[in-house]
Design a protein around this ligand. Structure first.
Ligand code: SAH
Length: 204
């Protein structure tokens, strides 16, 4: 079933071998509520705890590819959710840091990633602030729909790095921000996607 999913992703235009290899390996069914297990290898998003979703495999593959990172590089993810996207980046041998705003998901996903053997540094906190203590990052990926591009994430990116972020309210444009110099940014718009919102000013 995983090989079939990989072929579908190739048909949809994913080319990065490391991304495809990671998706071919990772047991996505373990990241999904067991009542949806049968659907785990369809190219679909699914509900997880706390009213959130696990992103569609195509979206995970697309964002992972657009980061354009190599094994050993440092990446920050905003929105750990189920942990599937983080597992893909870890399987690509990146040093993965991930922030989650929902305590319920943070508490469930941390032991899951550990149990499955994906080394991901997880933090319960607000993605708008990034992770200043571990910055700078070679790449940053946001997996929730952001109303705007958070300044802290731009600052925490290395020169030469990319921020891959869906920006917008109801639907989002996938924006890639290239950091060309300490204060020099260039944006690319890669088209429309749909994400759950990146929460602002959430209490507790
Ligand atoms: N990458 C996840 C996608 C989860 S959906 C996966 O592969 O499953 C987006 C996630 O972003 C949700 O878990 C949501 O709780 C989280 N999120 C929303 N606002 C956030 C914020 N301000 N900071 C960090 N995480 C946030």
């Amino acid at each position: 079933m995983r090989n079939k999913l990989v072929r579908l992703l190739i048909d949809k235009g994913i080319r990065d071998r490391a991304v495809l290899k990671a998706i071919a390996q990772i047991p996505r069914h373990l990241f999904i509520d067991s009542s949806f297990e049968d659907f785990a290898y369809q190219d679909k998003a699914f509900p997880i705890a706390a009213g959130q979703t696990i992103s569609q495999p195509y979206t995970v593959a697309f964002q992972s590819e657009k980061l354009a990172l190599q094994a050993g590089q440092k990446v920050l993810e905003v929105g750990t959710g189920s942990g599937y996207q983080a597992a893909v980046l870890a399987a690509m041998k990146m040093k993965v840091y991930s922030i989650e705003r929902q305590k319920e998901l943070f508490d469930a996903t941390r032991p899951l990633l550990q149990k499955l053997g994906y080394p991901v540094y997880m933090k319960f906190g607000d993605g708008y602030a990034g992770l200043p203590n571990h910055a700078p990052f070679d790449g940053i990926i946001v997996t929730a729909g952001a109303p705007y591009i958070p300044e802290a994430l731009l600052e925490q990116l290395k020169v030469g790095g990319r921020l891959v972020i869906p920006v917008g309210q109801n639907t989002q444009d996938m924006i890639v921000v290239h950091k060309d110099g300490p204060q020099k940014y260039r944006q690319e718009n890669l088209g429309e996607f749909r994400f759950v919102p990146m929460l602002q000013n959430k209490n507790a």
